[in-house]
Design a protein around this ligand. Structure first.
Ligand code: XMP
Length: 331
């Protein structure tokens, strides 16, 4: 029978056989798929794996620290933390257009990644978290699939001249649920295994207009409150229903920082500060989504906490638009 244990044993054996005594490199984003590949390769080949974590400074509050913790303390792999925050900040300084942000962030990732790769000796393989639906989707893309033409998502690897790696894609016949189950069986923590979708370009596409360090810091704090409250809300729904994606739970939830300011009042003082937009949707595949009918108490608590705890914010608005006609993200 197909137990999780036997699936892992088979994958581990296949990776060992393919890799032999060569080295493997992997771009670790902190997302579910690349983390599960890393955990699987850690079990199969240990320190023959180098995980490259390119920190673009656009992850959510505490995420870089959490990724580093898991892949240095819990798994025994070679872990490289690339501090690229300043380079990304400089590249994005004057950029407003969303697709331009995506293009810059995506191409800089590969520059950072190959800089590390070229310094390592004897790397023959590149491991990737491609899952089965990615393969279907890229098929759809070639035949003019619509989703990918609205926002550019990823993922064709622009190998520099003269560089070649053989690919290892151990998840390419699994669906997302199976990948999560694998992750749990391999000992990855819930905050990674059940992480909500998070776009590769990160918070840069949740700051409308130019990205600055001040705006990033406001958004990180506000987003941390949104996640804390809605993680707790989802946990309560899960405790009641036993379902992680029940009709009442929220699928993706985050804060957006628009490029406007509005007037408010605090004590006797007039304020002129940013609003935060709360986005929370129900979905199963991100192709369509409904805005979440959250209880007023939950909405109220998120709003009060953000204006009380995040300097520079004096108003909170809730986005009550479904997809279509809106998209889930604002950019
Ligand atoms: P939209 O905004 O198109 O998003 O309704 C659908 C899903 O895709 C995520 N998303 C991205 N993921 N790179 C990614 O890896 C991107 O550039 C990107 N843009 C959107 C979004 O968070 C949602 O889950």
């Amino acid at each position: 029978t197909w137990t999780m244990g036997s699936i892992i044993e088979e994958s581990v054996a296949a990776i060992r056989e393919q890799v032999g005594d060569k080295r493997v490199i992997l771009g670790l984003s902190g997302g579910v798929d690349s983390s599960v590949v890393a955990a699987l390769c850690a079990r199969a080949i240990g320190r023959q794996l180098t995980c490259v974590f390119v920190n673009h400074g656009l992850l959510r509050k505490n995420e870089p620290e959490e990724v580093e913790e898991v892949f240095t303390r819990q798994f025994d792999v070679d872990f490289v933390h690339v501090h690229a925050e300043d380079r990304y900040a400089a590249l994005l300084a004057d950029v407003v257009e969303p697709e331009e942000k995506r293009r810059i962030i995506g191409s800089q990732f590969w520059k950072e990644f190959f800089t590390v790769a070229q310094d390592l000796d004897g790397v023959q393989f590149l491991a990737q978290g491609t899952i089965y639906p990615d393969i279907i989707e890229s098929g759809a893309r070639k035949t003019g699939g619509k989703a990918s033409t609205i926002k550019s998502h990823h993922n064709l690897i622009p190998f520099p001249e003269g560089v070649h790696f053989d690919l290892i894609e151990p998840l390419d016949h699994f669906f997302k649920d199976e990948v999560r189950a694998l992750g749990t069986a391999l000992g990855l923590p819930d905050h990674i295994v059940h992480r909500q979708p998070f776009p590769g370009p990160g918070l840069a596409i949740r700051i409308i207009g130019t990205v600055t360090l001040e705006k990033l810091s406001i958004l990180k704090e506000a987003d941390a409150i949104v996640r804390e409250e809605l993680d707790a809300y989802n946990a309560a729904v899960f405790a009641e229903t036993g379902e992680r994606n029940s009709e009442r739970s929220v699928w993706q939830y985050f804060a957006v920082l628009p490029d406007v300011k509005s007037v408010g009042v605090m004590g006797d003082e007039r304020t002129y500060a940013y609003p935060i937009i709360l986005r929370a949707v129900e979905s199963s595949d991100a192709m369509t989504a409904d805005w979440a009918k959250l209880p007023y108490e939950v909405l109220g608590r998120i709003s009060s906490r953000i204006v009380a705890e995040v300097p520079g914010v004096n108003r909170v608005a809730y986005d009550i638009t479904s997809k279509p006609p809106a998209t889930i993200e604002w950019e």
